[in-house]
Design a protein around this ligand. Structure first.
Ligand code: MN
Length: 204
């Protein structure tokens, strides 16, 4: 069965003024769609791969034939990363986490604002294109980043990082350039206004 582009769970303009409608439209309807289409093209005719869940596919890239492993890694990662990203965003969101997640953030990073500063630094420090992640690993929270469309699901041997993804932010220029141009730091500040902490807490 072919992988499918999930609809945005809110209107394209719902995250204004933080994430603008045109960026959301291009990001979802063109960039994310291209990852899905190219993933389907790359595994077309391979029934065993086509039968896998997306998580199983990108979580075991070693079982993907070498000739298509690169495209599956890039486009499968792109499909998973964006599907995840849309879900942790919401209109009328932001604020600060509560409950067990807040406790874990405070005990690991000192405070929510120190966590935010470290997470932003991970996004700013990612040279070129990629993602910053908050992962839960062995019960511990950790901030990591990956290049391109890699992610922690791919495992340490592939992506250099591991753990359950709790929060993530896309720092590819296509995620922010129309509104923020070269100011990735401003985009990362805006990100906090649209984080859906209820979903992030469930991920944790
Ligand atoms: Mn993107």
């Amino acid at each position: 069965m072919a992988y499918e582009l999930p609809p945005l769970p809110y209107d394209k303009a719902a995250l204004e003024p933080h994430f603008d409608a045109l960026t959301m439209e291009i990001h979802h309807d063109r960039h994310h769609k291209a990852y899905v289409d190219n993933l389907n093209k790359s595994i077309a005719g391979n029934a065993a791969l086509e039968a896998k869940s997306l998580e199983a596919l990108i979580g075991d890239l070693g079982s993907v034939p070498e000739g298509i492993r690169g495209p599956v890694r890039n486009n499968g990662g792109g499909h998973w990363n964006h599907s995840f990203f849309w879900k942790i965003l919401a209109p009328n969101a932001g604020g600060a986490p509560t409950g067990k997640l807040a406790d874990a953030i405070n005990s690991t990073f000192g405070s929510f604002s120190e966590f935010q500063a470290k997470f932003e630094a991970a996004g700013i420090g990612r040279f070129g294109s990629g993602w910053a992640w908050l992962v839960s690993h062995g019960g511990k929270l950790e901030i990591v980043s990956t290049p391109n469309q890699d992610n922690p699901l791919m495992g340490k041997a592939v992506s250099g990082v591991e753990g359950k993804v709790v929060l993530g932010v896309d720092v590819w220029e296509h995620a922010y350039y129309l509104k923020y141009q070269n100011k990735r730091a401003d985009y990362l500040k805006a990100f906090w206004h649209v984080v859906n902490w209820a979903v992030v807490a469930r991920n944790f």
